[in-house]
Design a protein around this ligand. Structure first.
Ligand SMILES: *[C@@H]1O[C@H](CO)[C@@H](O)[C@H](O)[C@H]1NC(C)=O
Ligand SMILES: *[C@@H]1O[C@H](CO)[C@@H](O)[C@H](O)[C@H]1NC(C)=O
Ligand SMILES: *[C@@H]1O[C@H](CO)[C@@H](O)[C@H](O)[C@H]1NC(C)=O
Length: 471
């Protein structure tokens, strides 16, 4: 979600099985999972969909689609049919859906239980409240708290600077004309068409469902995807065994050259990554490793002072390090080794330049070390800070990719990542002299950002066995 970050030049297949572990997270000594559905093994799936415009809002709903929030949640119920004469017991299972298609299609001005009066006619507020409503339908009771769903997040990177829709570092700014952002003209920030195949129980005990669609309103994806954008997430699992497998596909087009698709484990309440409304999700325990207000105090929803912090690993082998001895402004001020040694970026003999694609600082930080690049001020509701990593031997200690091509096409694997260990040692900005902020991660996402390209790009990947392990 930063300008000029991820390039994707080829079709790829990434088959990843991912285990994330966050160390030092809770203070308890036990191993436990922070997600409601550890390893994606629960037959009764909970998955939701959210589509975001450039600044993570709705702006305007797509005609006939309702508010871009939807959910597919069900329980599997098994009935035993006793045929006493033959002494056989037949088991018949069925899916009991918790969200109806009418609920999924709810859009501005249509009431639902709990909808705050002030949100009825505002597409942004309405979507945020619809997420809460869908969450209430999907919620699973658990300890230490209930959880709701995995979240499929789709984002359109077009930005019409004349729309006046996006604030700058959280501050409302008037429309301006500057050609830095992709936009084909009025309406380029539209929400997509969304098709939903509610999960069905098929022969052989296979459960399968999907979300798909396109940003090209009025086009028919049934007649081929040539020249149009496309996104799809298909989930499948065999009853009683293994993990859900989420298969993703994302395709850009001339009109929509910058798209993002992630599978997220978000906080079950409070804020999640990039979202300044109360959220619903899967992380019943928040991995702690930044509250990250520049002065070290916790986020409070004020978009003028909260910051969205990203720690990202980019596995596209074509992505180069922009951080280098001659481009120190693209590097964080220092690197911290696993044994907690600080290496300054001007230490050209020791600093691992190739381990960093790009570092950018929040634009509202007051005491930045120069030279510095600042992050795109428009593409989040608040200012943002990004640390973007590349595969490098220096990350081996944390289980992260160590060489180009790791996890890429033909290299499907189970990753066990010490996300907490790594994230606790990355540089993030803080005002000088402020006490170190507690680093609490409210969202863990896996997925793809296809940045502006002059040709149609396609990405495909699958994710299964996702877990967040607290050690
Ligand atoms: C999109 O999903 C619908 C079901 O909701 C399905 O009929 C259609 O084939 C899918 N389209 C593509 C291009 O996969
Ligand atoms: C810590 O790591 C640095 C850089 O990898 C290395 O040079 C140093 O010897 C290490 N120190 C200890 C005490 O292990
Ligand atoms: C390297 O950067 C550090 C921290 O900014 C600074 O204290 C030091 O003087 C710099 N060293 C050189 C050789 O420029």
């Amino acid at each position: 979600m930063a300008m000029e970050t991820h390039y994707l030049h080829a079709v790829f297949f990434l088959v990843n099985v991912i285990v994330l572990s966050v160390s030092g997270a809770t203070g308890t000594k036990q191993y436990g999972s922070a997600v409601g559905d550890p390893g994606m093994k629960r037959d009764g799936l909970r998955v939701a969909f959210e589509a975001w415009n450039f600044c993570n809002e709705v702006g305007q709903e797509a005609p006939g689609m309702g508010s871009p929030r939807a959910a597919d949640c069900f329980d599997l119920s098994s009935k035993n049919k006793h045929h006493t004469r033959k002494r056989t017991v037949l088991k018949s299972s069925s899916l009991k859906h918790k969200v109806s298609e009418a609920e999924n299609k709810l859009g501005v001005s249509q009431p639902f239980p709990g909808l705050a009066p002030g949100a009825t006619d505002n597409a942004d507020l309405y979507a945020a409240q619809k997420e809460l409503y869908l969450g209430s339908l999907c919620q699973v009771e658990d300890t230490p708290m209930p959880w709701q769903f995995w979240m499929v997040m789709l984002k359109n990177g077009n930005y019409d600077t004349k729309s006046g829709l996006c604030p700058r570092n959280g501050k409302k700014v008037p429309p301006f004309s500057r050609g830095r952002f992709p936009c084909f003209g009025k309406g380029c920030m539209n929400q997509p068409i969304l098709y939903h195949q509610q999960t069905q129980l098929l022969d052989g005990g296979i459960m399968r469902g999907s979300f798909n669609g396109t940003y090209e309103l009025g086009s028919h994806i049934g007649s081929g995807l040539d020249g149009i954008s496309f996104y799809e997430v298909v989930w499948q699992k065999k009853v009683g065994s293994g993990s859900w497998v989420f298969s993703h596909k994302l395709k850009t087009s001339k009109k929509y050259p910058w798209l993002m698709l992630y599978l997220r484990a978000d906080a079950t309440k409070g804020f999640s990554g990039g979202y300044h409304y109360d959220t619903r999700g899967m992380l019943k325990i928040l991995p702690e490793s930044p509250d990250f207000k520049n002065d070290g105090t916790p986020c409070d929803g004020d978009v003028l002072t909260d910051i969205t912090r990203y720690c990202e690993m980019i596995i596209n082998p074509e992505t180069q390090a922009w951080c280098s001895p001659t481009n120190l402004g693209n590097c964080p001020p220092y690197h911290i080794t696993p044994n907690n040694t600080k290496i300054y970026r001007n230490d050209t003999a020791k600093f691992p330049y190739r381990a960093y694609h790009y570092y950018c600082a929040p634009e509202n930080a007051q005491f930045l070390e120069k030279p510095v690049s600042t992050c795109d001020p428009y593409s989040n509701p608040q200012a943002q800070e990004l640390v973007q990593l590349l595969p490098h031997p220096i990350w081996a200690e944390y289980g992260y990719p160590t060489k180009r091509g790791d996890g890429w096409v033909g290299d499907a694997k189970t990753w066990e990542l010490d996300v907490g260990g790594l994230a606790s040692r990355l540089y993030f900005y803080q005002d000088p002299g402020t006490p170190p902020a507690r680093r609490i991660w409210t969202s863990i996402d896996t997925g793809t950002e296809i940045f502006v390209s002059d040709k149609d790009e396609v990405a495909e990947w699958t994710i299964s066995n996702f877990d967040v392990i607290l050690t």
